[in-house]
Design a binder for this molecule. Structure first.
Ligand SMILES: NC(=O)c1ccc[n+]([C@@H]2O[C@H](COP(=O)([O-])OP(=O)(O)OC[C@H]3O[C@@H](n4cnc5c(N)ncnc54)[C@H](OP(=O)(O)O)[C@@H]3O)[C@@H](O)[C@H]2O)c1
Length: 183
């Protein structure tokens, strides 16, 4: 057993008995730690992974082996979060096994450890990162947040060059109607 998997005696208000959680990217890293925590609080967990099937499967087995309950407490399901069909299958499989889903921890995320500059990031790498990191959130809001962050990065890059980078994020705007058409 790689981690000690125990059921905590948390107060009833903090227990998650009867709750079902999907945690993406929970075969390792932060997602795995979150899965262990949620399981320790009583939740049944869906361990979603992209490539680490052995790790995810072993963790699910450990959760199930540590339980005195007859029903499974964990399943491991492969799902590439950049593929909407696979995400749909993930939810279908989770509902099939456990019924309603109460918690979603969208932990899947990738980061190029070389931290390439914008100019050195290929379009494929850009698309891959965005597909994995932002799908599953409200696309519009996520893309706008990305624009704000990108603007800060560009602003830092341009520092001292006399060029400003700004993002304007207006609230709701009434569009001027001109002769019946929206301008
Ligand atoms: N580590 C940090 O310091 C840090 C700091 C701030 C935020 N975060 C964020 O926290 C999250 C987890 O980070 P981490 O460091 O624990 O992870 P990590 O060690 O960088 O591993 C990446 C994780 O993402 C999963 N993954 C990669 N591509 C995927 C895809 N297409 N679909 C679904 N899952 C995919 C991998 O699953 P497989 O192994 O199954 O391929 C793996 O579990 C990420 O969103 C990261 O951006 C991390």
């Amino acid at each position: 057993m790689t981690e000690e998997i125990t059921r905590e005696h948390a107060s009833s208000s903090s227990r998650l008995d009867g709750r079902v959680a999907i945690i993406t990217s929970s075969s390792r890293g932060i997602g795995r730690a979150i899965a262990i925590r949620l399981h320790s609080l009583g939740a049944r967990v869906v361990l979603s992974y992209a490539s680490s099937s052995t790790k995810a499967g072993l963790l699910a087995s450990e959760f199930n082996a540590s339980s005195t309950l007859s029903q499974p407490q964990a399943i491991a399901v492969r799902a590439d979060v950049s593929d909407p069909d696979q995400v749909k299958l993930l939810f279908n499989r989770a509902e099939q096994e456990f019924g309603s889903i109460h918690i979603l921890v969208n932990c899947a995320g990738v980061l190029d450890p070389k931290y390439p500059t914008l100019a050195n990031t290929t379009v494929d790498d850009w698309d891959m990162t965005f597909n994995i990191n932002t799908k599953g959130y409200a696309a519009y809001a996520a893309s706008k947040a990305a624009v704000e962050t990108m603007t800060k990065i560009v602003a830092k890059k341009l520092k001292g060059m006399g060029v400003a980078a700004n993002a304007v994020a207006p609230g709701p705007v009434v569009i001027r109607v001109n002769g019946g058409s929206v301008v």
